[in-house]
Design a protein. Structure first.
Lengths: 235, 235
């Protein structure tokens, strides 16, 4: 069933985004009596289309379904080139992540043009909305403002981990105990965080963890982390 | 350290691929006395470059390092559009997979032009070689010939799993016991395997497993599976 997150809901009035109306009418070519799902506040409204133009529909069933991991997962990931960052957003959304925090690190090679930032956020939001619809989530992950690595001390979290190649790093499974409710991972850029950056995060209470024997690219590390959390806490 | 898989090794003579010699000379712009690593038969040869033109080098250390998962992992994945299949090859290589088996299924929308098949394989091999070098593997995963789904009965494996949305599917962790030495996953196309295809695989001894609550795209499912195996059997 095709699913759309609503722009708003006023009383019984379901308000769709313009691009979704376009998708319904011109891409999917839905007709009268076809059914679609609309999501608002984590509630799924099963709707039957009454009329395409003007567009109107009737809610025939409403259902609160919670499809969440048993842990709140945030991933702070170094800015990487656009195509890779888009992939990270899409895949982490599919895998049920809650928060994505883009970070600037010393070795991040990406410079964000401040003038284009709001347009970039819009694009990122669209990627997450569409991936949420496609994967049948009932909420959309939050994309936080871009921050500097050192501002990670402002984020409070029960378990804070750095994905590290340092030989003192412990395997991930030593940290992932069943009682944990909140995890924040930091994933550095290609070439890794600098020693100074890792030290700074350790001072903030972060712990170092390895992601196995291979050296993973930034986007692979991010998807790996979200996959493991889904596996361990998804039940 | 930059790493290259060799084309061949004759006695003490290390023979590089043409494109790697180009990479060494013109992309990385290595000079005399720079060091690189060459891999042959899972042995790492640390080399010092003696001369760029003509190219010659000296092995200064040789090391057998086994960086493998404790399980042999094969993934049979439905052919998907080129860009996504490339992503699957790259990421599964990084994550330490052993075998990739491209399969044709009823809902695979990709048609392979038989005339272009050998060129396609070359491209796929290059992707896996480069991802192996980048992630510091000491071997390259094997890409098997494209087969039809029903020919999966010819592949013998200790644990054979279908990634399925069927409600009778069991969670993955129920299958991943520590004693398993060999796993084969089948990942269907967008829209999934048909009921008949799943039934056929069940007749072949495959068991159905879920990959969590969300609906994952083909490439995400493949990366998810390789991540979990790396996590569970990587130690």
């Amino acid at each position: 069933m095709q699913r759309y997150f609503l722009k708003n809901k006023e009383g019984n009035n379901l308000i769709f985004f313009e691009q979704d109306l376009h998708h319904i009418k011109n891409v999917m070519r839905f007709r009268e009596n076809d059914q679609i799902e609309a999501i608002w506040n984590e509630i799924i409204y099963l709707c039957k289309i009454d009329s395409i133009s003007p567009f109107s529909l009737k809610v025939i069933k409403e259902e609160k379904t919670v499809k969440k991991n048993n842990v709140k997962l945030s991933v702070a990931v170094s800015l990487v080139q656009e195509q890779k960052f888009d992939l990270i957003l899409q895949k982490l959304t599919e895998l049920g992540i809650d928060n994505i925090i883009p970070i600037k690190t010393e070795r991040s090679i990406i410079k964000i043009d401040e003038k284009k930032i709001s347009k970039k956020y819009q694009r990122w939001q669209t990627i997450c909305k569409e991936a949420s619809e496609q994967s049948h989530r009932t909420n959309i992950p939050k994309i936080n403002p871009i921050i500097k690595l050192k501002d990670l001390n402002k984020i409070d979290c029960e378990l804070k981990l750095i994905c590290s190649l340092d030989s003192k790093s412990k395997p991930l499974d030593e940290y992932l105990t069943k009682d944990i409710k909140e995890i924040l991972f930091v994933i550095g850029p290609e070439g890794g965080l600098t020693d100074q950056e890792e030290k700074c995060l350790i001072d903030y209470g972060f712990k170092q963890t390895t992601l196995g024997k291979q050296i993973l690219r930034v986007e692979t590390a991010a998807i790996y982390v979200a996959s493991i959390i889904n596996y361990v806490y998804g039940g």
